[in-house]
Design a protein around this ligand. Sequence first.
Ligand code: AMP
Ligand code: MG
Length: 342
Amino acid sequence: MDTIRLDESQIAQAAAILRAGGLLGIPTETVYGLGASGLDSEAVGRIFQAKGRPQDNPLILHIPSADWLEKYCKGIPPAAYALAERFWPGPLTMVLRRAEMVPDVVTAGLDTVGMRCPAHSLCRAVIAAAGVPVAAPSGNTSGRPSPTTAEEMLQDMDGKIDAILDGGPCAVGVESTIVDLTGETPRLLRPGGITLEQLESVLGHVTVDAAVTEQLKEGERPRAPGMKYRHYAPKAPVTVVTGEPAQSAAYIAAHACAGDGVLCFDEYAHLFPGCTVERLGSAERPEEQARHVFGALRRFDGTAVSAIWAQCPHSEGMGLAVANRLNKAAGFHIIYAGEGEA
Ligand code: AMP
Ligand code: MG
């Protein structure tokens, strides 16, 4: 099929594609999504086909305002309303008990559903015009880094989706934070655009699921099905180096071979002559790193590098989300550069 490029003047056309059961590349503030009507099982099935996504990995339902929550969820706890009040529209997904009308294919058969109200104005306008919740995962081929521009999404999806709505580069650059509100205490399943510290300012203590910072052990069942899959990975193997930025940079400079790829903080980019260097942003600014991390990982695929070294930020604020994406891209192949214990 020919994938049509749409712009902001074509919201009605984009909405019509969703209503007709088509696949739409849709801009959000986090990453580009691959959207379909969340009430149309066949259309949602085509999302899995286009991405090559495993059937047991559920999708997030996107809604234009918090007052749609009651249509698709039941037993909504007060914490959900408190979070919606504070962070919606925005990069936060809440896992809640699902209502019967949500198709099984959206939730991969779980009795819970991930709900999000995005902050991108075009995205909300399309969903409101379509009048249906939009089921959408990130718009990449399964396993690859998520797209943060329409061009990046077309690298993976040109010819596989009906249309893409170009909303410009994504402002956040990593996916939404996912918090599960169905257990005894709130649990962070994926760090993202809303920080753990921000969540805790509303919820009190939030448990961080082990899969955020560690590889799942053999045979272990993840809380979020997506956690068990290799993710965000460029073609060449990635090694993450943690520790103080000056030390991780020195470690990489000492170990990288000529022709290797290096993903580093701006301050250290001059230390790797002979390597293919991509910049994450300043070591001091994890928000900037979040905007750059996926594009940089993708650009290595257009080069001949056979190994990639990546500096990694500390896990505070947005640093937790950036570190999570890098660690997953590396299959948790992590080296600590520095004195003493990691
Ligand atoms: P993506 O948008 O590509 O990041 O995919 C959506 C993410 O949300 C995946 O990691 C899913 O595993 C996760 N997710 C969606 N629905 C649920 C749910 N009901 N419970 C736990 N995780 C979910
Ligand atoms: Mg994804």
